[in-house]
Structure formats: C-alpha cells, structure tokens
Design a binder for this molecule. Structure first.
Ligand SMILES: Cc1ncc(COP(=O)(O)O)c(C=O)c1O
Length: 456
C-alpha cells in the first residue's frame, strides 16, 4: 500500500469523529458569504500538490464550515441524520471503487444489488421485479418516463418521437423531476398535463380519467400517469388503487414516484397508504430519504422482469463480455460507469433489519405527530393540516413564513424551508431524523417565535 494512503486511512476515524461531534456544539453552522468563502476557507486550487496531512487538514476545515444535515436543528430537506453502518460502508465503497456495470468488475456488489432489487420489489408487491439503482429519484423517474415512452411508441428509440404529441399526466403537487424529464425526453413540457388535487394534496382520479379520454379523442397519445406516494411539500399519498383502475381502463403506463414515501412500505400500520402499488408498472424508491442511507441511493423498479432491459439496453461488446444480463446491471442502466450505491443500503439493512427500519419509520411518524400536536395546541401557530406522513406545514400567525426561515438560518437557529400551498406560504418541516428529541421540536417552535417577534 502507498504510504500516504495508509496515513490518510489512519487519520480517517479521528477526522470523521471530530466532524460528527460538531453536530452537538454547532448544529447549523454559520452562513457563509459565497462571494468571500473561496478566499476565507482557502478553497483555491493550487498549481503544486501538498503533503497528505495538509490536504486532510484542509478537508476538515471545509467540512466544519459545511451546513450540517444531521444535527437537531435541520428540518429543511427530505433526508437527515447519519446511519452508523451505511455511512462507513459508503466510505469503504469509495475505497473499493468498483463500477456497477458488470459482474466482472463489481462481483458480489452486483449480487447485493440484485438481492435488494428483489426484496424491494417484493415489498412493493412486484413478485418478479426488475430494477437498477440510479443517482437519485429524479433519475429513477427519468428512467420510468423513458420506459413508458418506449413502450407507448416502440419506434421512438430508433427514429425519434416524430412530432406526435405524447402526453404525461401528473398531479399539480408532483415533484418537478417529472416536468424536467418530460422536457429532457423531447416530449415537450406543454404535454405534461397537471391534474388537480383534493384538499389533502392527492391527485383526483376522476379529473385524470377525463383528461386521458379527452386527449385520446383529439388524437393525442397518453404515455404515462405519474402518481406520487409522499409528495414533496405535504407528504401526501395519491390514491393508487383508483389511479391503477384508470391506468388499466385506459391502457396507460402507471408510474409511482415513491422517492419520498416509498419507505412507508416498511411500516405495517402505514403500508395501506400505498395500497394498489402492486398494480403499477414502475416504482421509484429512494433509500436516501426516510431510510436514512447517505445520498444517493435510489432504485427504479419495474413490475415485469425483463422489461427494463428490453426498453433501455444497448449492446457494447467492449464492455459486456461475459455473464448474462442478470449479472450485468449496466444493460438496464442510464449510466455506463456507476457508483456503488448498494453496499451502504445492504449494510444498513444488516444493521437494522426490516424490523429496525419499521421502528425508524414509526419514530419519525411519532415526531411529526408530536410537532403537529404542539403547533395545533399553540394559539400563535396555525397548522395547515394533520400530517399525512412526516411533513408538518404551518404558519406563525400573521408573520411571513419565508422571512422567518431566512432569519432562522442567518441566526444559526435552525434550517427549515418554506413552500406555497393553496396560495399560502407555509413553513415546511420534515421530521426525517429519528434522533430528534421532543425538546428539539420545542426549541424549533421557540426559535420561530423568537424570530417572528422581530418581524413586522
Ligand atoms: C416526490 C419526490 N420525487 C422525486 C424527488 C427527487 O429525488 P432526488 O432528490 O433523489 O433526485 C423528490 C425529492 O425530494 C421527491 O420529493
């Protein structure tokens, strides 16, 4: 082994421990002025290299100044927290540096990927699933759109989409990656039909069917219905069974974007939120959100084995030289070189087991409900609605939510986002970190009050 590699690996645990401990003393980190931070943190790229200890000291300095997504004041995103098994497995996957396209290069990592695809498919109700890990829910959704388009217009891969209008249907509350994907695939973003939601943020199946029928009547080609299991802002679940009825009657590909809420499959009391999923054609599930695995860890699953490879594969004799497609996941991936995102999920699964993951979800739900209870009981707050899953949306009555979030961040009190729901700007919190305590929720509300008092 190279001496410097031995030296840097030797320092790894000291650096990692010091970094993780910062969450206790400095849970948010000061906001850096982006126009000056390159200088103040010494980020400039040198012409000459330096010794390994100086490099690691620099890395530690940058890390210490980087916003924490694991501390007890982070409510800003749909991921949070650190997993002891997955974090270390991920570091080691970097060290191993396999590429996940062939069994020849990735060996047992491919077997792990296949096991996870099979088990996650089974949990989704896809008894004979095919799938592949992708760099995030947006890319899993893109793969689903591509499959649906290639299934609806088989010549599209070879001859292009020939100008015929292809329609995709998605709720007004769906994630923006659907819109982005429709644009990327040349279907035209104007052909994404936005279906209204009910008061709880769930897609209306009657309006959906009316839109599909009307489009068919005017010669347009329906390609995909995108349902969301766990919407980004409200954490709402579209009624999958009713949407599957529409998809079946109309003969349209049904995709379920469970990037966020797919993990509810692991919770016995909440699995019903995804009832009907087993009838979908494809399913996106991010393990880097509610399952707590480090970014990125997303899988695209299709119900029928063989379909993903049939709709996406390319031949490359310089790469796929042995083994069947089953053991060469590159044949069903959007990527060529691909990072190993499965070792960390497999390690987390060994550590928690299915029961541990379920307990994690129950704890997250408990926290979200505790926060909602506190907000509902406080006369100065107004709760948008009871949480469908982990997201709690509310306002400090009479105060602008966007300004509150900005001030909380500037003052280093908490990191929280805001969103617009029914033309109301609300504070959106996501209780994804299961290590939060009741006092962290109270501290958040106190900080919001404190900041609110300084605003007009
Ligand atoms: C419902 C939904 N779908 C897709 C995505 C995109 O996932 P990723 O950030 O992994 O690309 C998100 C991200 O928050 C999401 O909430």
């Amino acid at each position: 082994m190279h001496d410097d590699l031995a030296r840097s690996l030797g320092r790894l645990s000291e650096l990692a421990l010091a970094y993780a401990q910062l969450d206790d003393s400095d849970p948010v980190r000061p906001v850096l002025d982006p126009d000056h931070a390159v200088d103040s943190l010494g980020l400039a790229l040198p012409a000459l290299g330096m010794d390994i200890d100086s490099v690691l000291d620099r890395v530690a300095r940058v890390l210490a100044a980087t916003p924490s997504t694991s501390g007890p004041r982070f409510f800003n995103q749909l991921f949070a927290g650190r997993d002891p098994a997955a974090a270390v497995a991920d570091m080691l996957a970097s060290l191993a540096n396999n590429s996940m396209y062939t069994y020849k290069v990735a060996g047992p990592m491919v077997l792990i990927e296949n096991l996870l695809v099979r088990e996650m498919g089974r949990l989704a109700g896809f008894e004979d699933a095919e799938g592949v890990f992708t760099p995030g829910g947006s890319l899993s959704n893109l793969a689903a759109l591509l499959c649906a388009r290639n299934a609806a217009v088989p010549h599209a891969r070879d001859r292009g989409v020939d100008g015929r209008p292809l329609r995709v249907y998605s709720s007004a509350d769906a994630h923006y990656s659907i819109r982005k994907g429709v644009g990327m695939l040349g279907m035209g973003r104007d052909n994404l039909v936005s279906i209204p939601c009910d008061a709880e943020g769930r897609m209306d199946p009657v309006a959906l069917e009316a839109a599909v029928v009307a489009d068919r009547a005017t010669g347009l080609t329906p390609v995909m219905i995108n349902a969301t299991a766990g919407t980004t802002v409200q954490g709402a679940f579209d009624p999958l069974d009713a949407l599957a009825d529409v998809a079946e009657r109309q003969g349209v590909w049904l995709h379920v974007d469970g990037a966020y809420g797919g993990t509810m499959l692991l919770s016995e009391p909440r699995r019903h939120l995804l009832a009907g999923l087993h009838r979908a054609d494809s399913f996106t599930w991010d393990a880097h959100k509610m399952m707590g695995v480090p970014l990125v860890c997303s899988v695209i699953l299709v119900r029928k084995r063989g379909l993903l490879t049939a709709l996406l594969n390319e031949s490359a004799s310089y790469l796929f030289q042995g083994d069947t497609d089953l053991y060469n996941p590159g044949t069903r991936s959007l990527q060529c070189g691909r990072r190993n995102d499965v070792l960390k999920l497999w390690a987390a699964w060994q550590y928690h087991g299915l029961t541990g993951f379920a307990a994690r979800v129950e704890r997250q739900l408990l926290l979200a409900n505790q926060l909602a209870d506190r907000v509902a009981a406080a006369p100065d707050f107004s709760l948008l609605r009871r949480p469908a899953s982990l997201n709690v949306c509310f306002e400090l009555t009479g105060k602008p939510s966007d300004a509150i979030c900005a001030r909380l961040h500037e003052l280093g009190l908490a990191m929280v986002g805001h969103a617009t729901v029914n033309e109301r700007c609300v504070i959106r919190t996501a209780c994804v970190n299961p290590d939060l305590r009741a006092e962290d929720l109270e501290a958040l509300l106190d900080a919001i009050r404190e900041v609110g008092a300084t605003l007009p």
